[in-house]
Design a protein around this ligand. Structure first.
Ligand SMILES: [Zn+2]
Length: 472
């Protein structure tokens, strides 16, 4: 009898799951985790990675970012993400004019498959075009189980959808075991307030946040929840930014409805003061909320208490030239076209959440595994293949060194935005190494050891409820 042998053992690290931290070794054969336990109980390995003094987290997932023509491309976004300790990306993508959803899935699977160094899936944005809904059943069979609707952005052609369109989409997704993501702001009211501000000549960057009152998020969340109840469709509120919206979501959760939400570092950490400092570069939707308001504290508490399931970047970088005209008029350019929303966030997501959440606010490291790994994997139909350190799962690990102290600087970033709102912020900890399906992606010397195209398309299944309850 020959002794069993594995390819890799990661030894002596503190293994972190969404519920526990314990010292163990992780054995990997091929692309899977095959054993977890005391090192001396595990088979011999061809390669031993010494993770002493480090956290061994499940491979981290960014479940909300934008990749594509107006943003970073697949090669850049995935490389940038890989350097920060992420191993899986679930970006929002769009179909082209005249393209069906199944055709778009095929096209993007090829495009991203050739360029992405990280594993990836797709959420599709659906515009207000009823014919596009015909492709949903086939897209779900192809492994796209989440679709996003915008309840705002009235000035972007076909972007804002009607309540009828929401109901029709949710009805289909409910029957197919899918999930509906919604950008919840009342687009009619926002458009009315924006036009009023423009007519009054109030078009400075600081005039933007007041045109998006907090209750317009709450109102749209309420509508999304009620249409979700009508159709029995799981509802996922993207980038939650207000206390009012959170309270409405908590009520739906208490009533047993499948309503889940995410927030983003920008809503946890930044305020409308950034409009003075960064002008159009801080124009994001929903807006940064008032510095003296209740929202940031409520979002931290909501995440700690388990009502907010995930944290994601909503990375939407723009080339500076697209933002510049917003200095004169924050709403529209000379031709009446909207000044784009969005800011870079991908390359600061993980370091900020470790530094600000775990180090500065004392949240347990299990919180990080919950909001950036297990819960996104559960909600988006990847669990238990992704999001967990367990036997049979993909051998995706983010090995985190908690010791380094450093400053965030835009020169560290690869994306097209050319700036970061967090310039000069102090950070603690760094990804020391990542493994994706058993292979090292981020090496301990900071190099990316796999080529663009190493990433694989992830067909996804129905959502599972996220882990909830207080993290401590
Ligand atoms: Zn977004």
């Amino acid at each position: 009898m020959t002794a069993p042998r594995v390819d890799t053992v990661v030894r002596a690290g503190q293994v972190v799951t969404a519920s526990d931290v314990f010292e163990a070794a992780v054995a990997i054969k091929g692309d899977r985790i095959v054993a977890i336990g005391p090192e001396e109980m595990l088979p011999a390995a061809d390669r031993v990675i010494d993770a002493a003094g480090k956290y061994v987290l499940p491979g981290l997932i960014d479940c909300h970012l934008h990749v594509g023509p107006e943003y970073d491309d697949w090669k850049t976004a995935a490389l940038a993400a890989a350097r920060t300790g992420l191993t899986t990306l679930l970006p929002f993508v769009t179909y082209e004019e005249g393209e069906t959803l199944p055709k778009a899935v095929e096209r993007l699977r090829d495009e991203a498959g050739a360029l992405s160094v990280l594993d990836f899936g797709f959420h599709f944005i659906l515009n207000h075009e009823p014919h596009i809904l015909g492709g949903i059943p086939e897209a779900v069979r192809m492994g796209v189980s989440s679709f996003k609707l915008f309840m705002t952005y009235k000035k972007r052609l076909k972007r804002m959808v009607s309540d009828e369109f929401i109901a029709r989409t949710m009805e289909q997704l409910s029957a197919l075991g899918g999930l509906c993501q919604l950008h919840c702001e009342n687009g009619d009211v926002l458009c009315y307030l924006e036009d009023k501000a423009i007519a009054a000549g109030h078009t400075a960057p600081t005039d933007f946040p007041p045109t998006c009152p907090d209750w317009t998020e709450e109102e749209a969340i309420n509508r999304a929840i009620l249409i979700g109840r009508l159709t029995d469709c799981p509802v996922y509120v993207v980038h939650l930014s207000t206390r009012l919206g959170l309270e409405r979501i908590k009520r739906a959760q208490a009533e047993g409805q499948r309503v889940w939400t995410e927030t983003c570092p920008q809503y946890l950490l930044l305020t409308d003061k950034e409009m003075e400092r960064l002008g159009p570069f801080a124009k994001i939707g929903p807006p940064l909320r008032p510095a003296d308001g209740p929202d940031r504290a409520a979002l931290w508490t909501g995440s700690e208490a388990g009502y907010i399931a995930t944290v994601a970047s909503d990375h939407s970088p723009r080339v500076p030239a697209a933002k510049e005209p917003g200095r004169r008029n924050i709403f529209v350019d000379g031709e009446g076209k909207p000044i784009p929303f969005g800011a870079p966030s991908l390359e600061t997501l993980v370091p900020l959440m470790y530094s600000e959440g775990v180090v500065n606010r004392g949240l347990p490291i299990t919180w990080l595994a919950r909001v950036l790994a297990e819960n996104p994997a559960r909600i988006f139909g990847l669990y238990p293949r992704k999001g967990a350190i367990r036997v049979g799962a993909d051998a995706d690990l983010t090995i985190w060194d908690p010791a380094p102290e450093w400053n965030i600087e835009r020169t560290q970033h690869l994306g097209i935005a050319g700036f970061t709102p967090y310039e000069g912020w102090k950070a603690r900890g760094r990804p020391w190494m990542t493994l994706l399906r058993g292979q090292v992606v981020l090496g301990s010397d900071g190099t990316i050891e796999q080529k663009p195209g190493y990433g694989q398309y992830l067909p996804r299944t129905s959502p599972r409820p996220p882990v909830g309850g207080a993290v401590r």
